[in-house]
Design a protein around this ligand. Structure first.
Ligand code: BES
Ligand code: MN
Length: 460
């Protein structure tokens, strides 16, 4: 296809400029969870809307109860696709572990021809979403149009569970409904092998606060008689797992299916082992349920994780105190048809049973989303797979992801749209951690991949 070849060449010749564009977006400190960065989030939305306008999209910044959305429309023949990405990023702490300024992006030479873009959001998700925008820019430059009708939706609250998204989708369903969604927020299999994710885990997020005495106490004066909320909390959290790593909340595994043996065999064939996964992060002994492979544990099994815990005196020196309260943030990764709200209710009942009569517990709902499973043989996935095979040294593999992208479930339930989850992140991109990076090859070949996928979709 000569037209596609011209678009791919344009992407190649425009690479330096596309890096500059991405750097401009990466300099904006759009940390969604911290109210101190509210105006930066709006700045990122405005930057994106202006950039989309510059390539012929009818794009606007749309207010919500939280951070704004960006919606852009571009006419075209053929199928109508909705591309989704998020411009918000995770906080940067612990800042002292960053080797470069998280909001001063740079290109770091790793030797052997390998270069990476280092910054917060370089991968998750600014670098990824710009691969699609750059593919559109190249199409417009070469052909003056896009190969299909494209709507773009960028949100700024993904990292905080997308609280405004559902109401926004409901209120704007007619405008946003397309034939299917394209989502660029997932990983490749390895540096040479692209991947399509057919599964994502769901999530239930819950904060719990255990309260005991009506004030902090002297642990000598009261110790041995007054309840210590840290002990109560720690015991309830420790009780969540049995000795085999299974989760003990009654009914927790309702809706969890065993993965078919042929799927497990395909996953085993990918050659990822406990040693290879854990070795990279300085560990060697798998935690979690016994007798299952690392891929099954992260792709097809649910988890309970304590993400944070707080109570008592943690400052310098020492203070002999029995605190009045202790708190924790707990999340559950869900699979198959596990219901996020049933899991929440089960967890609350489980904790309440472990609270002494004179103490109390409060819960704060931090959101939830169901797991996603797409059919491996859908025409959309197969079309995208062929397009990816043309771009990368090795053929695309169909995988699942342990992470969660709540909107994918909403696209399905509210707009009746399937999603294609194709992204170019790598396991060692350190998303959410210090020194986040995106491979330059991911950024470059990601743009080329979207150009190919759009061309393939237009011919479907
Ligand atoms: N991009 C990630 C999801 C992801 C993680 C995909 C790892 C592929 C590999 C996304 O931005 C994310 O981190 N989501 C949160 C959702 C939560 C905050 C509601 C997650 O999975 O923790
Ligand atoms: Mn993301």
């Amino acid at each position: 296809m000569p037209e596609l070849d011209a678009v791919l060449s344009k992407i190649d010749s425009n690479l330096d400029q596309s890096i500059e564009n991405l750097f401009a977006l990466l300099r904006i400190k759009s940390i969604s969870t911290d109210p101190g960065y509210k105006s930066d989030c709006r700045k990122a939305a405005e930057w994106l809307a202006a950039d989309l306008q510059s390539i012929g999209f009818d794009a606007t910044v749309r207010d919500t109860g939280g951070h704004p959305m960006v919606v852009g429309h571009h006419q075209g023949d053929g199928p109508h696709v909705l591309f989704y990405g998020h411009y918000d990023v995770q906080p940067v702490d612990p800042i002292e572990l960053w080797e470069t300024d998280p909001f001063e992006p740079g290109l770091v030479d790793m030797g052997g021809g390998r270069k990476v873009i280092a910054a917060r959001g370089a991968c998750d998700d600014k670098g990824q979403l710009m691969t699609f925008v750059e593919a559109c820019r190249a199409y417009k430059a070469v052909l003056g149009t896009l190969p299909c009708r494209v709507t773009i939706l960028f949100e700024g609250e993904e990292e905080t569970g997308s609280p405004s998204l559902k109401p926004f989708l409901e209120a704007n369903a007619g405008e946003l409904k397309a034939d299917f969604a394209l989502v660029c927020d997932t990983n490749m299999w390895d540096r040479q092998t692209p991947a399509i994710s057919a599964g994502l885990r769901g999530l239930t997020e819950e904060e719990i606060i255990v309260k005991a005495a009506n004030r902090d106490l002297h642990s000598g004066y009261y110790g041995g008689v007054a309840a210590n909320p840290i002990h109560i909390l720690a015991k309830a959290l420790a009780d969540l797992h049995d000795a085999d790593g299974s989760i003990t909340i009654p009914g927790f595994y309702d809706g969890v299916e065993e993965t078919p043996p042929d799927v497990l065999a395909t996953w085993d064939g990918l050659g990822r082992t406990a040693q290879s996964v854990l070795g990279e992060i300085g560990l060697s002994v798998p935690s979690g349920e016994k007798g299952r492979s690392v891929l099954e544990l992260t792709w097809a099994r649910p988890t309970a994780e304590v993400n944070g815990i707080h109570g008592g005196y943690t400052g310098t020196g020492f203070k002999t105190v029995i605190p009045a309260q202790a708190s924790a943030k707990v999340s559950f990764r869900l699979v198959h048809s596990q219901d996020p709200e049933k899991i929440r209710a089960g967890f609350r009942a489980f904790v309440k049973e472990r609270i002494p009569g004179d103490c109390s517990v409060e819960f704060i709902n931090h959101g939830g989303s169901p797991a996603i499973q797409l059919p491996y043989d859908s025409p959309l996935l197969q079309t995208a797979r062929k397009a990816l095979n043309d771009e990368w040294p090795k053929p695309a593999v169909m995988i699942a992801m342990g992470g969660s992208i709540p909107i994918v479930g909403d696209f399905q339930s509210l707009l009746g749209m399937d999603s294609l989850l194709a992204g170019f992140g790598l396991a060692d991109d350190r998303i959410h951690s210090p020194n986040e990076k995106y491979e330059l090859s991911s950024f470059h070949k990601g743009q080329r991949s979207w150009a190919r996928i759009l061309a393939a979709i237009s011919q479907q």
